[in-house]
Design a protein around this ligand. Structure first.
Ligand code: GLU
Length: 434
């Protein structure tokens, strides 16, 4: 770790354990901050979130018993605008995970020049173990526990792993019911990713995958690949993985292997992404899909493909997996899927990484469009959402390319640099209160 990064960690008395996800994320952010010459005082501010909210709340389960849940909302930075970022329901949710993801949201919004800051939240729960009614009661109770820590002008949650449009509808409805008169109607913009019938935006469901495909349209040519001819494999077939695959199918790209929490499948003649998405929807995972062969995890990782797209959870691609990959480019669909040590292995092997803050920022971009539509009482046609999304993704890709050239660095560092320069400029203009 470089000297300046160490100085920040030691001044803040942070325990710089290399395996800790928050240390990994902030370490990378601080290295980029150093590269763009961000003043030390701003590095200190960005090294810790502004607020870390932790709540414990009881929920009555269907059997009449009560269960106590632990929920988080971390607000990393709001110099550019209200905190923004998803709510995750997963059994592995921890404070350090949520802090990392919140910091990445600050970077993502800044890179895309959205007037939004970075936040993230979650509940430690296995959502598939709860009934719909239990999930609803838990979501409502979590929302009321967060109270005034969220709001349409202050902190705006959205879906993430384990949550969806229905979760957002419950959150919005709860918020509107417990708020004062002015928010009782206008409060729906407290969250984005809502169902279209209840203030959601057209195109939000597919937005992360759509943004990723727009980035591939933009960058693959320069890496010597044609998006219409590539073969690829995907880790995770949830919202990001399945939409990416369905949209890439429209371009002519060939999906050859998928791994998820239920198993790995492979078919070198191509897997129909639409069919697989319906199968996963009904069965809960890819295992047992009839039109592909079940393969070992090792066969999955070593499959020869042009693109390898991790689109599940963070820290999945470890050095030993990076060493096995047989791809030309790694495209990050999930947040922080590659550890810094694995990043180094990929760099040594000459495999470029298209970073998550660029590739998966389509989700928050269309969230911003939804928030804007809600506030203006408008509904944009899908074509308008897609056109604006493409423009936003193109501009972000241009910024990353320009930064990579200027600083002579990899694309992840370049994306962080492009975001941090903007954050630095706004801090310079606003100054630090008082
Ligand atoms: N959870 C998504 C992400 O990680 C979307 C956040 C949002 O739309 O606010 O980018």
């Amino acid at each position: 770790m470089n000297q300046q990064v160490n100085r920040v960690f030691s001044e803040l008395e942070m325990d710089a354990k290399p395996d800790n996800i928050y240390i990994q994320t902030i370490g990378e952010v601080l290295r980029a901050a150093d590269l763009v010459g961000l003043p030390h005082r701003l590095q200190l501010i960005l090294a810790q979130p502004k607020n870390e909210i932790m709540v414990h709340f009881p929920v009555q389960m269907d059997n009449g018993e009560f269960q106590l849940f632990k929920g988080y909302r971390v607000q990393h930075n709001n110099v550019l605008g209200p905190y923004k970022g998803g709510i995750r329901y997963h059994q592995e949710v921890s404070l350090d995970h949520v802090k990392s993801l919140a910091a990445l949201m600050t970077i993502k919004c800044a890179l895309n020049r959205l007037p939004l800051g970075g936040g993230k939240g979650g509940v430690k729960v296995k959502p598939s173990a709860l009934s719909q009614m239990e999930l609803m009661r838990m979501t409502r109770r979590f929302t009321s526990a967060l109270g005034e820590n969220i709001g349409p002008d202050y902190d705006i949650p959205a879906p993430d792993v384990g949550t969806n449009a229905q979760t957002m509808a419950w959150m919005a409805d709860t918020y509107m019911n417990v708020s004062g008169p002015s928010l009782r109607q206008g409060g729906a913009s407290v969250v984005t990713g809502k169902p279209v019938e209840f203030g959601g935006s057209l195109g939000r469901d597919k937005a992360t995958g759509q943004g990723l495909v727009f980035i591939l349209d933009e960058l693959l040519g320069e890496l010597g690949l044609d998006v219409g001819k590539v073969t690829y494999s995907v880790v995770g077939f949830g919202n990001v993985g399945s939409w990416t695959a369905r949209l890439l199918a429209q371009r002519g790209a060939k999906l050859v292997a998928v791994l998820d929490h239920t198993g790995s499948i492979r078919n070198d003649r191509g897997i129909d992404a639409g069919e697989l998405a319906s199968y996963v929807e009904s069965k809960g995972g890819v295992a047992g899909f009839a039109h592909a062969e079940a393969v070992s995890t090792q066969d999955f990782y070593s499959a020869k493909v042009d693109l390898f797209i991790p689109a599940a959870l963070e820290q999945m691609i470890l050095p030993e997996i990076a060493a096995q990959l047989n791809c030309k480019v790694l495209v990050e669909g999930a947040n922080a899927p590659v550890t810094p040590a694995a990043d180094q292995v990929l760099a040594d092997r000459g495999i470029p990484v298209l970073p998550a803050v660029l590739c998966n920022s389509g989700g928050v971009t269309v969230s911003y469009f939804e928030w804007k539509q809600n506030r203006q009482a408008e509904t944009w046609p899908l074509a308008e959402v897609d056109t604006r999304l493409r423009q936003t993704m193109q501009s972000a890709a241009e910024r990353v390319k320009a930064s990579a050239k200027r600083f002579g660095c990899d694309l992840r560092t370049a994306a962080y640099c492009a975001a941090l320069e903007h954050v630095g400029t706004v801090y310079q203009l606003r100054g630090i209160f008082p």
